[in-house]
Design a protein around this ligand. Structure first.
Ligand SMILES: Nc1ncnc2c1ncn2[C@@H]1O[C@H](COP(=O)(O)OP(=O)(O)OP(=O)(O)O)[C@@H](O)[C@H]1O
Ligand SMILES: [Mg+2]
Length: 113
């Protein structure tokens, strides 16, 4: 299994989820509102949020765990759907997931996703 962590522009969320929602094997997503910056340190952000001495851009984080066969397809679709080609479009990070547990049933492994 892999985890796809995508940091995107908040206004692209609807388009991104719309592009992947019908995919077989895409069974869940966690969505969070986050603050951050990349190499350009939020200097291009229309709106920033100040925390202490730093100014952050508002972003949306998607966390999606999927079977190995599916992560490249999903990451590609997210990248295309989230792209405006302007600075601040975000990034996708992909990591290995060693196990999952479904709390209700105790089921484990790839069957959970
Ligand atoms: N190396 C990183 N580690 C963790 N989070 C990151 C990293 N780079 C970017 N992010 C997250 O992605 C968001 C968007 O980054 P952004 O697209 O602005 O990157 P960038 O490197 O500044 O590229 P660009 O020049 O296109 O703006 C950041 O606000 C931050 O939340
Ligand atoms: Mg940037």
């Amino acid at each position: 299994m892999k985890e796809i962590k995508a940091i995107i522009q908040p206004f692209m969320l609807d388009q991104v989820l719309g592009a992947i929602r019908e995919l077989e094997g895409f069974t869940g997503v966690t969505v969070s509102e986050v603050l951050g910056w990349g190499k350009s340190r939020a200097t291009n952000a229309e709106e920033t949020v100040r925390e202490g001495s730093f100014a952050f851009a508002k972003k949306t984080k998607l966390e999606i765990v999927v079977a190995d066969e599916l992560f490249e397809t999903i990451a590609d679709i997210i990248a295309r759907a989230a792209r405006t080609s302007r600075p601040g479009d975000g990034k996708i990070f992909i990591t290995n997931v060693s196990d999952t547990v479904k709390i209700r049933t105790g089921e484990r492994g790839v069957a959970v996703v």
